[in-house]
Design a protein around this ligand. Structure first.
Ligand code: CA
Length: 377
């Protein structure tokens, strides 16, 4: 079997309510998805994380390397793409383009072999994956603390057992918001915070000290992704677990983060850091550093399904009889594209989502939704 064709789609949705986080505002959501088609018509879907137009250009650059290759030999194709990109892109969006093609190849390989991706990755340790709700972004409102608290309660009512809120507007404001959210959901639910690298080290320390008593599950991207020293020092000086890695790429990038003992939790994005092929290796490297992986996930059902399959294969470190649950991020911010693009729909049950059992990723793209959201340049 050979890869015969690769199609890229740039999808866009204008948001009803623009929202922002510590770095910039979203008025629309864009994503580039990829369809890799084999000679017999079997196809796989993939997705890249990052600016969609740039991901699309990257996929088109890499396409000639993949056409004619055997889609069962995913790792060999991955290496070919990687070597072609190495001189120009040791991190960044061209790696996301590799990731998109790689995920599509895993989906295609699974369909050709009649097996779910999780089985091909080494085997499912769990049939359902605990998910945490990502939301609680900032919007223009008079009572942002109240709005965030209401949203936290809504996720709790939906059945989430863990949720993550944005911080990074300024230490005093952020502390007020986190206190409001914790008061709204009580003590039983996990609450995490994400600064999207908005803080200096001293601000991150000041914030951490003030919210330590609120039982924070992890503090994500506290400082600049370039500031490995800052990560390490913060981690030594707070009891809150430190998380990071959504801006990190490939094994070489995660080696920096892990060998310098920057994080308690590594968060590769499968659609950015190198696809399923490389994220599986990153998880192995993290395990060697006694660090657990909770993948970053902020895309469509393709990205989320890839996350479910990978997380289903992770071994928690250290092993013990009663282990903490493996977890995956589940974006809940407004995104009709995410909700409508793929089928079947993911169901939240007892704070968990079932890992698909169908061959490949176990999700397909709805042709009507694809036509609706596709942007024609
Ligand atoms: Ca984040």
């Amino acid at each position: 079997m050979k890869v015969e064709r690769i199609e890229t789609y740039l999808l866009e949705q204008t948001l009803d309510t623009p929202f922002y986080f510590s770095q910039f505002e979203f008025r629309s959501r864009q994503v580039c998805i990829v369809k890799v088609i084999a000679a017999d018509g079997t196809y796989g879907w993939g997705e890249g994380y990052g600016p969609a137009t740039v991901v699309k250009a990257g996929v088109e650059f890499l396409t000639p390397l993949v056409l004619g290759e055997d889609p069962l030999q995913v790792e060999a194709i991955w290496n070919k793409m990687r070597l072609r990109a190495l001189d120009y892109a040791r991190r960044g969006v061209l790696v996301a383009a590799i990731s998109a093609i790689d995920i599509a190849l895993w989906d295609l390989r699974g369909k050709l072999m009649g097996q779910p991706v999780s089985v091909l990755l080494g085997g499912r340790r769990r049939e359902r994956v605990k998910v945490y709700a990502t939301g609680m972004y900032f919007t223009e409102t008079e009572d942002l603390a109240g709005k965030l608290a209401d949203e936290a309660q809504r996720y709790a009512a939906q059945g989430f057992r863990a949720l993550k809120m944005k911080v990074g507007l300024g230490v005093e404001t952020d502390v007020k918001h986190v206190r409001a959210a914790r008061a709204a959901i009580g003590d039983d639910l996990q609450l995490m915070v994400d600064a999207n690298h908005a803080y200096s080290l001293s601000e991150a320390l000041r914030f951490a000290r003030q919210v330590e008593e609120l039982d924070i599950g992890f503090f994500e991207e506290p400082v600049s992704p370039e500031d490995y020293d800052g990560y390490r020092e913060l981690r030594q000086r707070t009891s809150i677990p430190i998380a990071g890695g959504e801006c990190e790429y490939l094994l070489a990038g995660f080696r920096q983060l892990l060998s310098q003992r920057c994080v308690d939790i590594a968060q590769p994005d499968i659609c950015g850091a190198g696809g399923l092929t490389e994220t599986k290796r990153i998880a192995a490297l993290a395990a060697a550093f006694q660090t657990n992986v909770i993948p970053h996930s902020w895309g469509t059902g393709i990205a989320f399904a890839a996350g479910l399959h990978l997380v289903s294969t992770l071994d928690i470190v250290p092993g013990r009889l009663r282990m903490p649950e493996a977890m995956l991020e589940m974006d809940r911010s407004e995104n009709a594209l995410r909700e409508k693009l793929t089928a079947p729909k993911f169901q939240l049950e007892d704070g968990r989502v079932a890992v698909p059992r169908a061959p490949g990723l176990g999700v397909d793209v709805d042709p009507d939704a694809l036509a609706h959201f596709a942007r024609v340049d």
